[in-house]
Design a protein around this ligand. Structure first.
Ligand SMILES: [Zn+2]
Length: 140
């Protein structure tokens, strides 16, 4: 499969923002023991995937936004499609939906953090040789 040239498509596929080919996560989102695992650097372009220690703390705020959107969307769907059920149905359904979507929310939050706040090093550059990227990674 060819690498997507669009940053939005690369983000949706959870690919490296620099080369749009390498994967940001080593395991599937369904692997609950390892769904947060990221390689130290991109397997294709060798750009480091954690720009600095604690870089992904900001992803918590993005994840919070995803969870609020989930609560609002599920609540609205229940209200309109479910005929405004009892409160316990809202609470149970929203809780189950938030728990099921938690791995994806975490992964997309981290990806958005890297795409939005990674800086110039993470701009799309498909022609960048792997060796040069590796040298830059060791210099910084
Ligand atoms: Zn890459």
């Amino acid at each position: 499969m060819a690498a997507p040239t669009s940053p939005a498509l690369a983000l949706l596929a959870l690919c490296c923002p620099h080369c749009h080919e390498g994967r940001l996560f080593t395991h599937s989102a369904f692997n609950l023991a390892h769904f947060t695992d990221m390689p130290a650097q991109c397997e294709v372009c060798a750009v480091p995937l954690e720009p600095e220690p604690g870089f992904y703390w900001g992803a918590m705020f993005i994840s919070y936004g995803f969870n609020v959107a989930t609560v609002l969307a599920v609540g609205a769907l229940l209200y309109w499609l479910g005929g405004d059920p009892d409160v316990w149905v809202y609470v149970l359904t929203v809780t189950v939906a938030a728990l099921l979507l938690a791995p994806s929310a975490l992964r997309y939050s981290r990806a958005l953090m890297l795409y939005w706040f990674g800086g110039a090093r993470y701009r799309y550059n498909p022609g960048r040789p792997r060796e040069r990227a590796a040298q830059e990674a060791t210099l910084t």
